[in-house]
Design a protein around this ligand. Structure first.
Ligand SMILES: C[S@@+](CC[C@H](N)C(=O)[O-])C[C@H]1O[C@@H](n2cnc3c(N)ncnc32)[C@H](O)[C@@H]1O
Length: 289
């Protein structure tokens, strides 16, 4: 049958997706690569359905290949006979052990179907936890900053594996970045910390990330000007309404507008352009207008 790679989200049991929860509840066996993912999984699955896998803590590639081959041999028969799940924190396709399992199954057990259920990744969850908005038109790079390293270059970076925050911080500040840190965001285990003080994170904790933004980055979205506007009344500028082009004034409240109606066509084009601009997109017909 199938092996499902299920993303559990950052750690809080109620950030597992509805689909992820359904898969976990239906699975005959649920494998977890670590203690934290296991404790989230057990919020949704009885402990007797959690499977055991052994993973060595090693960087030796031969040893890792042997361990994944052994894990795949354990999982494959369970996935052939029924439904198995392999959980990871965050999303299974973002910096995750699930990729090793999928490749090993493809190589040695190609008869096993593999499907992925995406999860809320720390790559996106950090925005809400740290109060950061990645506005349309911004670029954002994902990097690692383990053992006090500090990658530089992009205007905005999410840094994973910040295991020596003070050392990483010093290098980032020297390179002209403002930095905010998040530790154990949306996690039931351990203390959640959000801070711009690296001294508060001097002890090592693998579940620490950073958001670094160049201090000279200039990004002012159109709506930022509202903050400076004293008069909150209707301006002469028409307010944007982006409702997917379905409901607008006297347009039909449901179903699709008729394609042969020129008024509707113009209206739809106006709304599509407004929506595209709101997302920072170039409306295809707008060039040269
Ligand atoms: C191997 S990556 C796993 C990423 C995961 N698959 C995801 O999509 O979020 C682990 C790194 O992600 C970051 N991370 C993951 N979950 C986190 C959380 N809840 N709070 C803070 N950082 C987290 C940390 O930087 C950690 O070192």
């Amino acid at each position: 049958m199938t092996l499902y790679g299920v993303g559990l989200g950052p750690g809080d049991a109620d950030l597992v997706t509805v689909r992820g929860k359904a898969v976990l509840q239906d699975a005959d066996v649920v494998y977890s690569p670590g203690r934290l993912s296991r404790s989230v999984a057990t919020e949704h699955v009885p402990a007797e359905r959690i499977g055991d896998l052994d993973f060595p803590m090693t960087r030796d590639e031969d040893e890792l290949r042997r361990a994944w081959k052994a894990a795949a041999s354990e999982i494959a028969p369970r996935a052939r006979e029924g439904t198995a799940a392999f959980v990871t924190l965050g999303d299974p396709n973002v910096y995750s052990t699930f990729g090793h399992l999928r490749r090993t199954l493809d190589a040695f057990h190609p008869e096993v179907d593999v499907e992925t259920v995406p999860g809320v990744s720390a790559v996106t969850a950090f925005t809400t936890a740290l109060g950061v908005e990645v506005a349309a038109g911004s670029t954002l790079a994902l990097r690692e900053a383990a053992r006090g390293t500090a990658p530089t270059g992009p205007d905005r970076m999410v840094l994973f594996k910040v295991t020596d925050a003070p050392a990483t911080h010093e290098k980032l500040v020297d390179a002209g970045y403002d930095v905010v840190y998040g530790r154990r965001l949306y996690m039931e285990q351990g203390e959640t910390v959000v801070t711009d003080d690296p001294g508060a994170l001097a002890d090592r904790d693998y579940y620490t990330l950073a958001y670094a933004e160049r201090d000279d980055v200039d990004a002012t979205p159109a709506t930022a000007t509202f903050a400076e506007t004293e008069d909150d009344g209707e301006s002469s500028t028409e307010r944007l309404r982006t409702d997917g082009g379905v409901n607008d004034g006297d347009q039909p409240k449901s179903g699709h507008a008729r394609d042969d109606d020129p008024t509707t066509e113009r209206e739809r084009e106006r709304l599509e352009r407004a929506e595209g601009e709101a997302c920072g997109d170039e409306f295809p017909g707008a060039v040269g207008r």
